[in-house]
Design a protein around this ligand. Structure first.
Ligand code: SF4
Length: 441
């Protein structure tokens, strides 16, 4: 596609602005020190770039400091147990990044003698290092003249060119345009553009009067530069239908099973559930009995909306089902516990932060532990850690569909019980307001 003609990006102006306004970041060599010959440490740049993916600078700061304190060099990080790295990563999310981080450190040590490769192409052979991260490291550390384009830069460039299509449809065109502007000080230029995106041309604001790109920026002359980038049209979200079955035996135990190893909510614990289908079907109950309907639970995933009819039954013979396990609330999750998990137990009354880490390291969450008996941590729609005071344990009598405070637990991977507290992690919840009906409530 063709961009609307405008002036090329004024690299000298960008660098002059950076020399005055560069952010002071733990992992950064500022422009003055860089000019005096101080070279960035690729380990620190790489670590920060991996942490900054999907995470803000403010959040990353303390994690970065902690990692550097524990593992000052890539050799130290490579020698660390993966479990320890995952624990320290707790709260940053997207745990594949932490696993790749460790794998990359090991590869740098094993294959490159502990020294990061110096070019974009060579860096991309390492685990977890893709086009963006390799370009960032190569530019910042070695002044490779390459365009470094992340989400912030997408926005800045979409505004600069008043891009009339969504960025995803013009990514390579924007990259090529930026590439023509990369100066000899490629690293400083990349970081300058990052800083402009973070401080001047932010998602909700465009401080054009302060911006070193203002001469050529086309959006600046529009009534509202923040209408760029243009958002792609949302696809219609289809609905899937299914049934969730809560079986309880004579002593109140609930039958649980594990979801398949692959696919959505892989390995998560649930009560038996039907397939999710495009059209509503009648339930096929896993066990004969006097089943009662409890209403409809709605959960909206990224790509589809799920409507689950909830059924429960009281059955006499708990031994007739063999593909899952019967669980009293006090024993939920015991079969999945791992030794290191126990290190994170905290008692009611403690206000310390805690990490809730799943045995398969898929998700993690931090939460403040207190006597507050309601849900205490949630991050968007992502699985998260929950903690309940003892008086609520009795209410947690089935992991698939339970009402807790103002939320409803759809499924939970781990449920661990201590003497006086219960921690549930990897939970998918839904605010009650989304629930059409649940026993008439
Ligand atoms: S001139 Fe305004 S809209 Fe253009 S890049 Fe700078 S801040 Fe953003």
């Amino acid at each position: 596609m063709q961009l609307t003609p405008t002036l090329p990006i004024n690299s000298p102006a960008v660098l002059a602005w950076y020399d005055r306004h560069a952010r002071d970041l733990l992992w950064r060599i500022g422009p003055l020190d860089r000019a005096r010959g101080t070279e960035p440490d690729p380990y620190r740049v790489w670590l920060s770039e991996v942490m900054l993916q999907q995470t803000t600078v403010a959040t990353v700061g303390k994690y970065f400091a902690r990692f550097i304190q524990l593992w000052p060099t890539v050799l130290d990080l490579a020698a660390a147990p993966l479990a320890a790295v995952l624990v320290e990563w707790a709260g940053l999310g997207y745990y594949a990044r932490a696993r790749n981080l460790h794998a990359c450190a090991v590869a740098v040590v094993d294959q490159h003698g502990g020294i990061f490769p110096k070019t974009t192409l060579a860096l991309q052979t390492l685990p977890g290092i893709g086009a963006y991260t390799s370009a960032a490291i190569a530019a910042i550390c070695y002044d490779e003249p390459i365009a470094v384009l992340d989400g912030n830069l997408d926005r800045v460039l979409a505004r600069y060119h008043a891009l009339n299509v969504p960025v995803r449809d013009a990514k390579e065109t924007l990259r090529a345009a930026l590439q023509t502007a990369v100066p000899v000080r490629a690293g400083d230029f990349a970081q300058a553009m990052m800083d402009i995106g973070a401080t001047i041309c932010t998602p909700r604001n465009a401080l054009c009067m302060l911006c070193p790109l203002q001469d050529g920026c086309l959006a600046r002359h529009t009534p509202d530069p923040t209408i760029f980038p243009i958002k792609p049209q949302k696809a219609n979200r289809p609905t899937r239908h299914g049934h969730a079955f809560v079986l309880r035996d004579g002593v109140g135990d609930v039958f649980l099973e594990t979801r398949p190893d692959k696919g959505l909510l892989a390995k998560m614990t649930q009560t038996p559930t039907s397939d999710w289908t495009a059209t509503a079907t009648d339930p096929t109950f896993p066990q004969p009995g006097d089943w009662h309907h409890h209403g409809l639970v709605v959960h909206v995933f990224t790509h589809f909306r799920l409507e689950l009819d909830v059924w429960s039954v009281q059955i006499a013979d708990a031994m007739t089902l063999d593909h899952g396990w019967w669980a009293a609330p006090a024993h939920w999750g015991a079969r999945r516990s791992q030794p290191f998990f126990a290190r994170f137990w905290l008692k009611p009354g403690s206000n310390r932060r805690m990490a809730v880490l799943s045995p398969d390291h898929q998700f993690c969450s931090r939460a403040n532990f207190s006597n507050d008996p309601v849900m205490i941590a949630r991050r968007g729609r992502k699985p998260f850690g929950m903690k309940f005071a003892p008086q609520f344990i009795d209410q947690l009598d089935g992991s698939a569909v339970q009402k807790v405070s103002q939320h409803l637990v759809l499924s939970a991977l781990n449920v661990h019980l201590d003497d006086d507290s219960v921690i549930i992690s990897n939970v998918v919840v839904e605010p009650l307001r989304r629930i059409k009906s649940l026993d008439g409530n």
